[in-house]
Design a protein around this ligand. Structure first.
Ligand code: TRP
Length: 538
């Protein structure tokens, strides 16, 4: 193959890039929303257990795999587990690709809300005490509280579509020279994120009553531990927030020099990520409690309705806080999405020798279409469904499969393939030789037995309890607070006006996910590339 494999300039640059990938919307919004959903402190214990027993070990394994093979995820998995391994390697990247479609759509909405914050007085657009008239609600229009009205006005404009294209273009630019451009970007972005987040947390804490929120966040609740859903929530959150099961961490680690200390890197990256997450928890919880806003309902409503409403209450601080919040979300989302783009580009290069710009262009275009698909329904006809939840339920649907199932499938298979295929002796030898952190039989036991067993159990229980009760596509049947929907009251689909169109869109999305992941993974695995044949011949 042409140019030699690129390398990070420094360990610091690598840690910034890996933690930049890990820190994203998952930390700032999904974590506080999950923590709240499961009762604040109740979430902590399962979360910590998931961090120590699953998150850190799996990250060590993903880094180790990249270090040993010096390959991106699919071909690294091939070395460990043959075609079976490679298939799931591609599956991981494609599944993460689907996640990135709607992830970028959400970033497009973030841009739209950010533009509002920068161009209008915050009390006007985000305060829940006043209302906006939204024409299309219920046919005759209705007055919705800001920021709900603002959000739906934004999502049904063309702004998010333009923004989505801009975000993909930014991804393209930031990954254009691989590790070089990524390293330059994260050196600016990641410290900015930390400063902004710490500022938001300190501001939150100084609000009257803010500290009560923090206490709620950190007071453990032992009773809820018998609830299986909490454990599953903590586990899925751990994979998502640490970017595990995406194929990203293996690709990033494959760009490190041979003597790198992978175990130590994994612990550092995980702790940075979780530290950031806790600070975000402090910022959001203190604000919500200071203004006694109930952050019930789904994650997206937390992000787009509840947090902005809280910010609007902050008086003199509101405007600056609001601008900081949206910029922070955009930057954090960008440093995450570029990591997946790089994982894909390097996988295509390893397998087919594809030139960087070709993969970038291809993936960028597909990404624009994919993200537009999630943003589009509102724009075409915001009144398609009475309450305007059309596009959001599409996100919910794919999120349900790609996030709850896709990531965990990869987690299960990669542990088995690495644990049994590479073999623990080899992995431990490789890691320990280079590390100050000494791993022993406990680590081997976790990767080979415990983590796969736990994931499998959760899977089986989930399918037995949840899916079998559901409608064919998992979009109806589970009642939350007496309303149908997967995640909660605000975004449960109800097929009212425009229901047939909605149903077709769901079907298209689901078929696209199944073929786009399992189908294309099989195809890519089946092709024996020139680059591969050349390697065998060597
Ligand atoms: N870890 C990220 C978060 O917490 C998620 C993420 C990383 C991601 N890379 C991604 C999502 C690529 C979509 C695409 O938010």
């Amino acid at each position: 193959m042409s140019s030699p494999r690129s390398q990070w300039k420094s360990r610091f640059g690598f840690i910034l890039a890996a933690s930049g990938s890990a820190i994203g919307l998952g930390n700032i919004v999904f974590f506080p929303a999950n923590a709240y959903k499961f009762g604040g402190g109740a979430f902590y214990l399962p979360y910590l257990v998931a961090l120590v027993l699953i998150g850190i070990p799996v990250m060590i394994a993903e880094f180790g795999l990249g270090g040993i093979t010096k390959k991106s995820f699919p071909l690294a998995m091939r070395q460990a587990g043959g075609s079976f391994g490679e298939f799931f390697g591609w599956f991981a990247i494609l599944n993460a690709g689907f996640i990135s479609f709607y992830y970028v759509t959400i970033l497009g909405w973030v841009c739209g809300m950010g533009i509002e914050a920068f161009t209008k007085p915050v009390e006007e657009v985000f305060s829940a005490n006043s209302t906006t008239h939204v024409d299309w609600v219920g046919g005759t229009g209705a007055d919705l509280p800001n920021p709900v009205g603002t959000f739906f006005a934004v999502v049904s404009s063309w702004t998010p579509l333009v923004a989505v294209i801009c975000v993909w273009f930014l991804n393209f630019i930031l990954v254009s020279k691989g590790t070089r451009t990524i390293e330059a970007a994260v050196k600016i972005f990641v410290p900015t994120m930390w400063i902004a987040m710490i500022y938001l947390a300190i501001t939150g804490l100084t609000l009257e009553g803010g500290f009560d929120g923090v206490q709620t966040l950190f007071t453990p609740d032992l009773e809820i531990l018998s609830n299986l859903e909490v454990w599953q929530g903590a586990m899925a959150q751990m994979f998502f927030t640490l970017t595990l099961g995406f194929g990203v961490m293996t690709a990033y680690a494959s760009y490190l020099p041979d003597r790198s200390d992978h175990s130590h890197n994994a612990v550092t990256t995980s702790l940075l990520n979780c530290g950031f997450e806790w600070i975000a928890g402090v910022a959001i919880f203190s604000m919500l409690f200071a203004f006694s806003i109930s952050p019930k309902a789904s994650t997206l409503s937390m992000m787009f309705f509840i947090t902005p409403a809280g910010i609007a209450e902050m008086g003199a601080l509101a405007q600056g806080f609001a601008m900081g919040f949206w910029v922070l979300l955009l930057v954090a989302g960008l440093t995450s999405s570029i990591s997946l783009v790089e994982a894909l580009v390097s996988a295509m290069r390893d397998k087919f020798g594809t030139a960087r710009w070709k993969s970038l262009l291809g993936f960028g275009l597909v990404g624009c279409v994919g993200s537009a698909f999630f943003a589009m329904p509102h724009v075409i006809n915001s009144g398609l469904e009475d309450d305007g939840t059309l596009g959001l339920t599409l996100v919910d649907l794919i999120d349900h499969w790609a996030f709850q199932y896709g990531l965990l499938i990869v987690g299960l298979i990669e542990c088995l393939v690495i644990g049994w295929g590479i073999g623990m002796e080899r992995l431990l030898g490789f890691l320990n030789e280079r590390s100050r952190v000494r791993l022993g039989p406990l680590f081997a036991f976790l990767i080979k037995f415990l983590i796969p067993a736990v994931i499998l159990c959760v899977f089986i229980l989930n399918i037995a309890w949840l899916e079998l009760d559901m409608d064919l596509f998992g979009v109806k049947g589970v009642e939350v607070d007496g309303k149908p929907g997967i995640y909660g009251e605000s975004f449960g689909p109800n097929y009212t006006a425009g229901g047939e169109i909605m149903k077709s869109l769901h079907l298209i999305a689901l078929i696209a996910w199944v073929f786009g992941t399992f189908g294309i993974a099989a195809l890519l695995t089946g092709i024996r590339s020139k680059a591969q044949r050349a390697e065998v011949a060597q």
